[in-house]
Design a protein around this ligand. Structure first.
Ligand SMILES: Nc1ncnc2c1ncn2[C@@H]1O[C@H](COP(=O)(O)OP(=O)(O)OP(=O)(O)O)[C@@H](O)[C@H]1O
Ligand SMILES: [Mg+2]
Length: 238
């Protein structure tokens, strides 16, 4: 199908935790996201935004419903197949960077390529770090870099496999305003250039507004107003 959505969730339910800590987090989420679209996921703390991202990324399995991402139905995949799916199709950026502390910038970015068995892992990782403006920090360890630099490394690591889907969970939450804005510009420019589908969680209304579309999550359900879709913006970017 030519216009198959990049992400299609149908009546997705997810409960996590045990005993008294059991929480029914996602309560029937149905959602289509077009390929190449940028989507801002907003909503109160605890509403299920991060959990929803994890389901889209194939890091959490839905208990019920169907999760179709980048051409694959994730439910039936084995753990190995799911790991392979993630490695090829999804790049993830977290608020707290999540770099491996005892690896240099270059080594961190090369990891996804090495896992994919690429013999040019280090060359490609170097090029990706240069593209995010960190050609001069290849051999620095995370602790030797600023927050903004660490997040650039994380962006390079997420993008190095040229994923179809880029997922970011409050990517600017730990950065000052200027540095955060640089990271945002970087993500959007790559998203447009490579026509990547971008889904990002943010508490920043201005950042959500930069996306083609805003989706609101409330108590594990989707609330989307028609006015949240910005066709004008899409035509500007087309
Ligand atoms: N592994 C888990 N076990 C039990 N409950 C969980 C688990 N993970 C998340 N929850 C609960 O599910 C709800 C949704 O969590 P989630 O992290 O998705 O919220 P969020 O919308 O990302 O919030 P925030 O904006 O604060 O990051 C919360 O009430 C949380 O306590
Ligand atoms: Mg969260």
């Amino acid at each position: 199908m030519a216009n198959e959505p990049a992400i299609a969730l149908k009546d997705v339910h997810l409960t996590l935790g045990d005993g008294a800590g059991r929480v029914h987090i996602l309560k029937g989420v149905t959602l289509d996201i077009e390929a190449g679209q940028s989507v801002g996921l907003v909503g109160p703390s605890g509403s299920g935004k991060s959990t929803l991202l994890m389901v889209m990324a194939g890091l959490e399995r839905a208990d019920e419903g169907s999760v179709h991402v980048a051409g694959s139905e994730l439910g039936p995949l084995s753990e190995d197949a799911l790991a392979q799916f993630r490695g090829q199709n999804v790049g993830i950026i977290f608020q707290s960077f999540h770099l491996v502390p005892n690896m240099t910038a270059l080594e961190n970015v090369a990891v996804p390529l090495e896992l994919a068995g690429r013999s040019d892992a280090f060359e490609k990782a170097e090029a990706e770090l240069e593209a995010v403006g960190l050609g001069h920090r290849l051999h620095h360890y995370p602790a030797q870099m600023s927050g903004g630099e660490q997040q650039r490394v994380a962006v390079a690591r997420a993008l190095v496999v040229e994923p179809k889907i880029l997922i970011a969970d409050e990517p600017t939450g730990n950065l000052d305003e200027t540095t955060g804005a640089q990271i945002v510009d970087l993500m959007f420019s790559v998203q447009r250039e490579r026509k990547t589908t971008l889904v990002l969680v943010t508490h920043d209304p201005a950042l959500a507004d930069q996306c083609d579309r805003t989706i609101r999550v409330r108590s594990g359900e989707i609330e989307e107003a028609a006015s949240d879709v910005h066709p004008a913006k899409e035509s500007i970017r087309a």
